[in-house]
Design a protein around this ligand. Structure first.
Ligand code: ADP
Ligand code: MG
Length: 237
């Protein structure tokens, strides 16, 4: 009951709260383009997980998304598939950094990056990492090439924002905060707010979190615009 009350407080009455998986759901029915469907086959995904079933169609529309979903529920493809699709749908003539994915740790950023690269194997989309433990100089050189998508930890991304000449965030169209609860627990609230406040308000923002704490709720209110809230019960995904 306490848990239900917490959910009720976090989710407005008009939001969809929980979902049952649709056994007939398929990536083929999501209006995805050829290269993305081939990318999904490349990583061996045949049926979308629950969070993928729910988040992909909403994110494809360009809406802000709050996804409450446990570890292992398939969040990476839930945000990467619509992101890749939207990048393909409106290509740029010159290299432009258009997407920022913020992850709590270097390891999680590297994992998500490697899935994204495989999903995008049949596209020209370029990726880069901006995480601790790797040379700032080398990363700076990579970021100067304006990769479409940057996977970053908040601390290292701030370093680049503050210190490296010529790296701007004004072209970013989509921001993902992956494992937002962990980033906040790890003390990145100020960094997240600084990053988010520097990126144009016209962006699409997606936030994923295993738990919906007050600080996550605050971050949602500060950084998302009328988000669609998708709460996926881990036992059903
Ligand atoms: P999360 O970020 O929610 O913890 P991941 O995106 O890392 O979850 O995915 C968890 C695992 O499930 C990974 O091993 C991934 O390859 C696998 N996976 C994700 N989506 C699918 C799918 N549609 N079909 C099969 N396996 C999937
Ligand atoms: Mg993940």
């Amino acid at each position: 009951a306490a848990e239900a009350a917490k959910k009720a407080a976090f989710f407005a009455p008009e939001d969809e709260i929980t979902f049952n998986p649709d056994p007939s759901a398929s990536f083929q029915n999501m209006n995805l383009s050829r290269p993305i469907l081939r990318g999904l086959a490349n990583v061996g995904f045949t049926t979308p997980t629950l969070i993928q079933q729910k988040a992909i169609p909403v994110a494809l529309l360009g809406k802000d998304v709050v996804g409450g979903a446990q570890t292992g529920s398939g969040k990476t493809a839930a945000f990467m598939v619509p992101i890749l699709e939207r990048l393909l749908y409106r290509p740029k003539k010159v290299p432009t950094t258009r997407v920022l994915i913020l992850c709590p740790t270097r390891e999680l950023a590297m994992q998500a990056h490697s899935v994204a690269v495989k999903l995008a194997a049949y596209t020209d989309i370029k990726f880069a990492l901006a995480v601790g433990g790797l040379s700032l100089k080398v990363q700076e050189a990579e970021l100067k090439k304006r990769p479409d998508v940057v996977f970053a930890t908040p601390g290292r991304f701030i370093d680049h924002m503050r210190n490296s000449q010529g790296f701007g965030v004004e072209t970013i169209e989509i921001v993902v905060m992956d494992e937002a609860d962990r980033m906040l627990e790890d003390g990145f609230a100020d960094e997240l707010n600084e990053i988010i406040n520097t990126i144009p308000k016209s962006r699409q923002t997606m936030l994923f979190s295993a738990t919906m704490t007050d600080s996550v709720d605050k971050l949602v209110r500060l950084s998302l615009n009328r988000p669609v809230r998708l709460m996926v019960d881990s036992k059903k995904s």
